[in-house]
Design a protein around this ligand. Structure first.
Ligand SMILES: C[S@@+](CC[C@H](N)C(=O)[O-])C[C@H]1O[C@@H](n2cnc3c(N)ncnc32)[C@H](O)[C@@H]1O
Length: 239
């Protein structure tokens, strides 16, 4: 067993873009014995970084190993880079958890084509069981279609828009998810950025932290910021 797949398509977009220039730069860095290598990142199509994929791998593997009850859900799936990783971990560990994904599939970013079909295709390419797809606005799907017990959740619904509009969506996600998260469940928040923790002032979706601060004020759960290189994310564990 290994997690080398996190660097391969469709879990990662990068291998498609490896260029002679990147190879040359990395050769130079090895020659200089920096111990550092660069990886290309297309911020309009790469939905996460390799550092974040390492975090996802270990957090999901942990809830499965500790037998936290419930299913795995992702709110904001796009073409499924994270979702495919979650399903791969479920299958690699022999878990019977079901993966549920929620999205309108109507935000193409710079992708040209049908987003939902690309998600289905990516799961086929990776030879994975298809997730249960819940298509529509969260406001129309979550209340009725979230599983009653959740062990692992990923919220990733940012699009770089109005922070207050995003905060409102995040608050709705928290309201629906929180009572269904089992004790010990992990919830990862993409784009959670706390510049006091990490010094990163580029904050593409500040609505995530705004919503967390409001919803979790006075609650027992604590946020843990995780190193993600070019992107930020964080998680909390349900008490
Ligand atoms: C950054 S993308 C998700 C990336 C994805 N996690 C991945 O690994 O590729 C954000 C997604 O959230 C979805 N989204 C945002 N607000 C939504 C809402 N209110 N209801 C349903 N989907 C929403 C968008 O359609 C978009 O596909």
């Amino acid at each position: 067993m290994n997690n080398y797949f996190i660097t391969q398509y469709p879990f990662s977009i990068n291998p498609r873009k490896n260029s002679a220039l990147i190879g040359f730069i990395n050769k130079g860095l090895r020659y200089l014995k920096t111990g550092y290598q660069v990886g290309p990142l297309d911020t309009s199509l790469d939905m996460n970084t390799v550092e974040q994929r390492v975090n996802y791998y270990h957090l999901l593997e942990e809830v499965i190993a500790y037998e936290v009850a419930g299913d795995v859900v992702e709110l904001g799936t796009f073409t499924g880079q994270c979702a495919a990783l979650f399903q791969k971990v479920i299958e690699q560990t022999g878990s019977d958890k079901q993966l549920h994904v929620y999205d309108t599939f109507a935000t193409p970013f710079t992708f040209k084509g049908d987003v939902e079909q690309e998600l289905i295709r990516n799961f086929k390419v990776a030879n994975l069981k298809q997730p249960q797809i819940h298509k529509g606005l969260f406001e129309d799907t979550l209340a009725k279609e979230l599983p009653s017990q959740i062990a692992f959740a990923h919220i990733d619904c940012g699009f770089g828009g109005d922070p207050n509009a995003h905060k409102k969506i995040m608050l709705y996600c928290f309201e629906q998810l929180y009572p269904r998260l089992e004790k010990g469940a992990i919830c990862v928040l993409m784009d959670y950025n706390d510049s006091k923790e990490n010094g990163v002032t580029l904050d593409i979706n500040p609505g995530v932290k705004m919503a967390f601060d409001e919803f979790f004020a006075g609650k027992a759960e604590k946020i843990v910021c995780l190193y993600g290189n070019q992107y930020q994310h964080a998680f909390f564990r349900k008490k």
